[in-house]
Design a protein. Structure first.
Length: 236
C-alpha cells in the first residue's frame, strides 16, 4: 500500500513545491518593492499575505485539470490522489505560512529599530497579541479554510457538472441569506467580536470538513467533469 501511495504523493509534492517557489518568490518580491517604496516615500503600510492566501484559494480549482488524470493514468487510485493532495497541501500551508511569518517578524524587528519604514499588516493583529505562534496559527487556519471550502466546491462541481452545481449553490446561498439576515448575522458578529480565536478555529474546522467531504465525494469520482451522471444516463 505504501509503495503504491509513494508515487502519487511524490507527484503532488513536486507540483506543490514548484508552486511554492513561485508564490514565495512573489511574496519576497512584494516585500522588496515595499521596502524600496518606504525608503523613497517615507513610512509605508502594506500586506504580503495576498499571494499565499490567493494561491490556496485558486489551487483547488486546478487539481482536477492535470494532476488528477496524470495520477490515474500512471496507475494511481482516486483515494491515493486525494490523500496525497490533502496531506501535501496541509504540509505546504504550514511551510508557506511559516515563511510568511518569518518575513513579518523580521520586518517588525527592523521597523521597531528604525531600520525599515515599512509596516506590514497581519490578520493576527486583530488579537492585539505579540505571540508569533498565534500569528502563524491564524494564517494556517485561514488557508486551511480557503482550501477546504473551495476544494469541496470544485469536487461537487466535478462530480455533478456545471448546471447542477449552479442550481445547488443558488439554493444553498438563498437559505444562507435567509438565515444570515434573520438571526445568523448577530451570532456571527458576536462570535467574531467576543470569541475571535474560537471563530478562527471554527473556520479551520469547516475547512477540514470540506477536505473530508471532498474525499468522500471523489474517492469514486468520474474522469471528466459531470462524467458520473453521464455514465448513469448511459446505463439507463
Amino acid at each position: 500500500m505504501f509503495s503504491t501511495f509513494n508515487g502519487p504523493f511524490k507527484l503532488m509534492f513536486e507540483d506543490l513545491k514548484k508552486q511554492t517557489i513561485v508564490i514565495l518568490s512573489i511574496t519576497l518580491g512584494v516585500v522588496i518593492l515595499f521596502s524600496i517604496s518606504g525608503h523613497l516615500f517615507g513610512d509605508f503600510t502594506g500586506s504580503i499575505f495576498g499571494p499565499i492566501y490567493g494561491f490556496f484559494l485558486i489551487y483547488p480549482f486546478l487539481l482536477y485539470n492535470k494532476t488528477y488524470k496524470c495520477v490515474l493514468s500512471l496507475g494511481g487510485t482516486r483515494r491515493q490522489y486525494l490523500l496525497s493532495t490533502i496531506i501535501n497541501t496541509v504540509l505546504f500551508i504550514c511551510i508557506n505560512t511559516a515563511f510568511l511569518n518569518v518575513i513579518y517578524q523580521l520586518n517588525l524587528y527592523f521597523s521597531e529599530n528604525n531600520l525599515n519604514p515599512v509596516h506590514l499588516q497581519h490578520v493576527g493583529l486583530l488579537f492585539q497579541s505579540d505571540n508569533p505562534v498565534l500569528y502563524w496559527w491564524v494564517d494556517v487556519v485561514l488557508c486551511v479554510f480557503l482550501f477546504g471550502v473551495f476544494l469541496l466546491v470544485n469536487s461537487l462541481w466535478f462530480y455533478l457538472g456545471t448546471i447542477r452545481i449552479l442550481i445547488g449553490l443558488t439554493m444553498i446561498g438563498g437559505l444562507f441569506v435567509v438565515w444570515f439576515t434573520n438571526e445568523g448575522m448577530g451570532k456571527i458578529i458576536d462570535l467574531f467580536v467576543n470569541h475571535l480565536l474560537s471563530f478562527i478555529n471554527i473556520l479551520g474546522f469547516i475547512g477540514l470538513c470540506g477536505m473530508a467531504l471532498s474525499y468522500l465525494i471523489m474517492r469514486n469520482g468520474p474522469l471528466e467533469r459531470g462524467g458520473h451522471l453521464v455514465g448513469i444516463r448511459s446505463k439507463e
